[in-house]
Design a protein around this ligand. Sequence first.
Ligand code: AKG
Length: 335
Amino acid sequence: AAAVARVESLAGMTTIPTEYVRTEEERAKKAAEGPQIPVVDLEGEGCVEEVMKAATEWGVMHIVNHGIDGGLIERLRMAGKRFFDLPIEEKEKYANDQSSGKIQGYGSKLANNTSGQLEWEDYFFHLVFPEEKVDLSIWPKDPADYVEVTKEFAKAIRGVATNMFRILSLGLGLEPDRIEIEVGGMEDLLLQMKINYYPKCPQPELALGVEAHTDVSSLTFILHNMVPGLQVYHDDKWVAAKCVPDSLIVHIGDTLEILSNGRFKSVLHRGLVNKDKVRISWAVFCEPPKEKIVLRPLRELVTETAPAKFPPRTFAQHIQHKVFKKPIPAEQEGV
Ligand code: AKG
């Protein structure tokens, strides 16, 4: 594969290459003061109502008392940081190759559209759960505890996903395990981890670390190194996520927006960069299987007054529709 420019190698320049310069509209203005992303205590009394309010009004929340040990989170942060602290030549041994379908590994955004726009980040992407489906041959061997720590974290975050699915199901008036089953359960729900490494940027106001998008996942969990950068779109404004100690950020993704017939909002979000500090974030995307399940609004949530807002689709079809603008088959038939 052709050499890919690693953003890390550009961090010492005084001006950024034009491919990273965003249009005036896209550039980050000062984020709005005002309402903040809700913080929900998962051990608190009104937690079902609070999660519902956050999922329906924001599509994003911070959760605290989520049950993951703080020491484990710290070890995960250290393992990821140590990997990215390796020289670029070392990391290149793990380079992905998107053109041949090898999407796991070390990567940077390739220019895939006519504007040729790039993102100010390098990343490491790999499947982390279920354990039978992971490919350890592409996981970092350095630092030595990377595999052990990441496996342990994946198991822990899988438990939090089950808990969130349970709370969201109860909030919709459904059986507690309903959403969990609908997205594939323990065997088929895939957890994909993306470690985002945002190098210092000499002109942060011109660039974006990750451009605005919604996630295709059911839920996405994010933790980071306590350097701000995430913004979410709420009430026609960009809102900066505050750094909330010991919390995990939870995004509602497209999959739950579809299953809930639009009651849960798949949140538009983006990642900013800054001049002085490297930002690292860990996103865990909880994805249904590509073909095995047809995603459609749950029948209990479809009524005469609230007809289905989304035609049925597999996860693979949803991605094709979103990324490559392919029509969803049912739309072609005018359903
Ligand atoms: C992504 O990886 O898709 C993100 O949106 C990352 C957000 C973040 O870095 O906080």
